[in-house]
Design a protein around this ligand. Structure first.
Ligand code: 13P
Length: 229
């Protein structure tokens, strides 16, 4: 199956840096590519040839929700999908399983694709709660062909620590037993470790933070994924 490589730029790259990235980014055939710039850079990015996703979406069409953006607004701009439930949203902005579900449902209803993020913290893994946490986070997600799950163990995000391929494979297989969809791995994915992770049978692609900011390293990740598809 063709792999999906998604870049989550988090709070990096305004419109100028976004356009500079696309000047040098290239990906071969044989890989699906998605980029998730910050809201202010979406308009610059949708003019390029790659599917562009937002990093979050509100569940109402409009209303008194300062700082939020609706699915309808994203569609109007030409955005094709959105992340929901990233662990940084859960950790710093009070995102819950319920609000993740609401955001995913609203995005799908508006015709957007969704990458829904799940993953356990280090403490949860150490106390043997990984499967219970994943079950709780996955079970609220709608079943829809346009929804992809990203497994991002919180302890592996931006830390340089990566789940071993076997650890990631176990978690992916468990998630797929609950929800039959593509499952991406996220957490310190870079060109040096991508082939080993992406070769696991239940790893359908990657959600990449730091290594997606540099056009050369993101291009190289896309090439690795295409060679394994
Ligand atoms: P890093 O690749 O920087 O660890 O980030 C992973 C992530 O959070 C992608 O959403």
């Amino acid at each position: 199956m063709i792999k999906l490589i998604a870049g989550n730029w988090k709070m990096f790259k305004g419109p100028t840096d976004t356009l500079a990235f696309f000047d040098s980014f290239e990906a071969p055939d044989g890989v699906d590519v998605v980029l998730c710039p910050p809201f202010v850079s979406l308009e610059a990015a949708v003019g390029e040839e790659w599917p562009i996703y937002a990093q979050n979406v509100h569940w109402s069409d409009e209303g008194a929700f300062t700082g939020e953006v609706s699915a309808r607004m994203l569609v109007e701009l030409g955005v094709q999908g959105t992340l929901v439930g990233h662990s940084e949203r859960r950790l710093y902005f009070g995102e819950t399983d319920d609000t993740v579900r609401l955001r995913a449902e609203a995005a799908l209803a508006a015709g957007l694709g969704v990458i829904a993020c799940v993953g356990e913290t280090e403490a949860e893994r150490e106390t043997g709660e990984t499967e219970a946490v994943l079950r709780r986070q996955v079970e609220v997600l709608p079943h829809n062909d346009s929804l992809v799950i990203a497994y991002e163990p919180v302890w592996a995000i931006g830390t340089g620590k990566t789940a071993t391929p076997a650890m990631a494979e176990d978690a992916h297989a468990f998630i797929k037993s609950l929800h039959a969809t593509r499952v991406l791995y996220g957490g310190s994915v870079k060109p040096e470790n991508a082939a080993e992770l992406l070769s696991q049978p239940s790893i359908d692609g990657a959600l990449v933070g730091g290594a997606s900011l540099d056009a050369a390293s993101f291009s190289s990740l896309c090439q690795i994924a295409a060679s394994l598809s």
